[in-house]
Design a binder for this molecule. Structure first.
Ligand code: SAH
Ligand code: SF4
Ligand code: F3S
Length: 438
């Protein structure tokens, strides 16, 4: 028997990377995870390429690892994720300390690549194979899990928004077969999971093979909801153009589907939406949200915005602020436009950072007000809370409401995984407090 080795795995970027990291860690059977880089035999960085700042983190992290590698020549360093996919060959060329590069569609080959590095070779795999990588990754070991888990159901994107690297780093849209997802979900629930968040870059474009033909995301959710012990279902991220009628209806009909929807729009200006290649107008987006709210009036909407897209005028910014006013978000994220290599928008005239900052702050200020109001409006209401862990103070438990607000409750006898009704009594900086309803 070989001695067990230690893996230090650092995850950047989106929830899909979090899910992938779990699967990678499980596939490396000779390794236990450590949270100390200095005692690791293998360091893996699971990276994000979405904005320049995200990608730069990889190179600064590699810089910090140089000393470790010098002190311990046996240490292997690997780069996974979207930077690996986009810049893998260049990383290999420019960073001699990197032993292994593996792109998101090749994770099933990680154990083999790791063995190659142990034999003294450098290993690179950034192919887009035909097979479903998840079929080849080992099944999760049957260890207990916390109350919430991510489950990737769809990957990749065919939308090609003019600013975005995802279609290049994750490849074309692929949906996993429904039966595999249901199996994985049942297994997770057996091990303690009560809330599943279904993941995909365009999760509502899901169309996986199922009984009787392709299943929509709504069909998949309805089947998942039949699993005893599974209490909550969420999904992210959706594209407005894939918001099918059956999925909208599910918000009104399926009690396990939580009243929260992340539906990025990026801009409120039709001129900019067109230049972004988003495929819809601001008006269409607003009408869509009206239909969603007709199905589920209390749904909390969330979104993403980009500030300072090339050729964005002051009028366009005003249109974005108007759209935000019209929608009234419960949460939203605004990013400064970052030109990404290989994307069409990166070739266009760019505005100054100062101008982008100014727009970013104005959009963020409006969103912050709406977020505050949405959170405060929960006071006095009765909500479901799935408890996850002890809070900061003694006797306190913390969890998430149906609407994804963090909620703290002081009470005896609540365990992680308990789903309880709570009356909200207070609204703090970033969380709510409340009392159990008997
Ligand atoms: N698939 C999802 C989002 C993927 S990326 C969707 O279509 O909505 C997450 C968010 O990052 C995007 O919604 C967008 O707001 C932001 N983003 C993507 N590329 C960006 C770029 N080049 N600069 C700034 N923000 C960007
Ligand atoms: Fe990127 Fe657009 Fe695809 Fe979302 S829909 S992942 S923003 S290209
Ligand atoms: Fe980043 Fe790749 Fe996710 S670029 S946001 S890690 S899909």
């Amino acid at each position: 028997m070989t001695a067990r080795k230690k893996l230090f795995l650092k995850t950047y970027g989106c929830q899909m990377n979090v899910y992938d990291s779990e699967r990678m860690a499980e596939s490396l059977k000779d390794y236990d995870q450590t949270d100390r880089a200095d005692e690791a035999d293998l360091i893996l960085l699971n990276t994000c390429h979405i904005r320049e700042k995200a990608a730069e983190k990889v190179y600064s992290e590699l810089g910090r690892l140089r000393d470790l590698k010098e002190a311990k020549p046996d240490l292997k360093i690997g780069v996974a994720g979207c930077v690996a996919q986009a810049e893998g060959a260049e990383i290999m060329r420019r960073q001699p300390l990197v032993d292994l590069v593996v792109g998101p569609q090749s994770y099933h080959r990680l154990p083999e690549l790791e063995a190659q590095t142990r034999a003294g070779a450098r290993a690179l795999d950034t192919d887009f194979p035909e097979e479903d990588k998840f079929d080849h990754l080992n099944r999760r070991p049957r260890a207990a899990r916390g109350p919430t888990a991510f489950l990737t159901v769809q990957e990749g994107c065919d939308k090609f928004c003019a600013f975005c690297v995802v279609p290049y780093t994750r490849g074309a849209e692929v949906s996993r077969p429904a039966a595999r997802i249901l199996d994985e979900a049942r297994d997770l629930v057996d091990r303690g999971v009560r809330e599943l968040t279904l993941l995909g870059q365009n999760v509502n474009a899901y169309h996986g093979a199922g009984e009787g033909g392709d299943w929509s995301l709504a069909r998949l959710i309805r089947e998942l909801a039949k699993i005893d012990g599974l209490a909550r279902i969420r999904f992210t991220t959706s594209h407005p153009n894939d918001m099918a009628d059956d999925l909208i209806a599910a918000f009104g009909e399926e009690p396990k589907l939580m009243p929260y929807l992340h539906l990025p729009v990026q801009s409120g200006s039709d001129r900019i939406l067109k230049r972004m290649n988003r495929g819809h107008t601001a008006e269409q987006y607003i009408r869509l949200i009206e239909r969603i709210r007709a199905a589920r009036p209390d749904i909390l909407m969330s979104g993403d915005f980009i500030a300072g897209f090339p050729e964005e005028t002051e009028e366009d910014v005003q249109a974005t602020l108007d759209l935000i006013e019209a929608v009234d978000y419960g949460f939203a994220f605004t990013f400064k436009y970052s030109p990404r290599p290989g994307t069409p928008a990166a070739e266009r005239a760019q505005m100054s950072e100062a101008e982008k900052d100014d727009r970013l702050y104005r959009i963020q200020a409006l969103i912050a007000r709406q977020q505050r109001a949405a959170q405060d409006s929960m006071v006095g209401r009765e909500v479901g809370v799935l408890f996850e862990k002890p809070g900061k103070f003694a006797g306190q438990m913390t969890g998430k409401s149906d609407y994804l607000h963090a909620v703290h409750v002081n009470a005896e006898g609540i365990a992680p995984g308990d789903l309880r009704r709570v009356r909200i009594t207070g609204s703090g900086t970033n969380s709510l407090s409340g009392d159990l309803i008997a």
